[in-house]
Design a binder for this molecule. Structure first.
Ligand code: FA5
Length: 345
């Protein structure tokens, strides 16, 4: 019994002096472990009489409990000290200015597509999509450009094989949309997307660019509807001051056809390198849907008429933001892109 009390005294003294958690854990293993001095002392119980054994058992349990409690208390105290030291050394000065998190911004072409979509959705259009890897059939045949047609040269093409190509314009989506409608109007859709041509890159041409197709098919549609729509679109996009000009043109899929120019925002119409000294920049092609095209896509041209247009997105973006080189959109120079701040900033 004396031995036991001696062990208890020694354990409590050592625990009281312990300096860190590791040392405390070593003491716990030593005193409360199976090979520890308390357990060792308890071995003598087998030689004791019953009364003595009961008394000894009681005391040894108390000793174990006391030692265990002392260890817990010391542990809590040491952990608190560690935490306080940590808090003191890692104190945060909440009055310091924060770090600025770098965030990206929408690409200017994405801004323009979003704006076009908003304008045309506001006019009651829906948005359609078509594949960039297109078949010759949709890109040319259904657009009234059969094999060997000289106008195919107007859109020098990246062919994948004899049937597949990278679409040269967004017009194949016209055919896809009309065929889906099974000869039943009205149709009123736009289709923004990427297009590809074997054009030589210069300040206003790129081998990969974007267009936004638009097509309306209904009864009693005339050229006046087309002109009114384009005027409204240009004014919404560029403001009341921009003028548009329609030039007679030729597209096999529209008859009559026009090319639409907007007065140059860079020089105000006087002439500069961006508008090739003409004061105008061509932004889209348009016209009344050729009756042959309507027929091939399942519509009766005696009942339905339509107009269509194909807007060059880069040209619009150049005019809108005063950019004089189309390559800026594709060079991914962060100093250029960072100027188009996020709308939610
Ligand atoms: C067409 O692509 C016709 N599909 C447009 C159309 C649709 C006409 C529906 C009638 C009815 P065009 O080849 O002119 O037409 O191209 C239309 C616009 O795309 C041009 O006005 C121009 O803004 C843009 N564009 C054409 N080629 C390039 C190029 N290489 N780089 C950048 N923009 C281009």
């Amino acid at each position: 019994m004396d031995k036991l009390l001696e062990i208890s005294k020694e354990a409590l003294e050592r625990i009281a002096q312990v300096a860190d958690l590791k040392e405390l854990n070593d003491l716990r293993v030593h005193y409360l472990g199976k090979k520890g001095p308390i357990q060792e002392a308890m071995k003598s119980m087998k030689d004791m009489g019953q009364e003595e054994r009961i008394a000894f058992g009681k005391v040894s349990n108390e000793v174990k409990q006391n030692v265990s409690q002392a260890i817990e208390d010391a542990k809590a105290k040491l952990e608190r000290i560690v935490m306080e030291e940590k808090l003191a050394s890692e104190s945060i000065d909440i009055t310091l200015p924060g770090f600025k998190v770098a965030s990206g911004s929408l690409h200017p072409l994405t801004h323009v597509v979003n704006t076009l979509e908003e304008i045309f959705l506001g006019m009651g259009y829906q948005i359609a999509q078509g594949p960039e890897v297109e078949t010759d059939y949709y890109n040319f045949e259904l657009m009234n450009l059969p094999q060997g047609h000289p106008a195919r040269d107007m859109q020098d093409t990246f062919y994948i094989d004899v049937n597949y190509l990278l679409r040269t314009h967004t017009s194949p989506v016209q055919a896809r949309t009309m065929l889906k409608a099974n000869g039943q109007g009205p149709i009123k859709v736009i289709c923004p997307g990427k297009t590809y041509r074997r054009d030589d890159d210069d300040a206003t041409h790129s081998h990969q660019f974007m267009q936004c197709e638009g097509i309306v098919v209904d009864k009693n549609i005339t050229m006046a509807n087309l002109k009114g729509t384009l005027e409204l679109f240009v004014k919404e996009l560029f403001g009341e001051k921009r003028a548009i000009r329609l030039r007679p043109s030729y597209f096999p899929f529209t008859e009559p056809s026009v090319e639409v120019d907007v007065s140059c925002s860079n020089c105000g119409g006087v002439g500069c390198s961006m508008c090739k000294q003409t004061g105008w920049i061509e932004i889209l092609g348009a016209g009344m849907v050729n009756p042959k095209v309507l027929k091939m896509s399942g519509f009766d041209p005696e009942v339905y008429q339509g107009f269509a247009f194909g807007i060059g997105i880069e040209r619009v973006a150049m005019l809108k933001y005063g950019i004089d080189n189309i390559r800026d959109f594709y060079n991914n120079d962060i100093r250029f892109l960072a100027q188009f701040a996020r709308e939610d900033k």
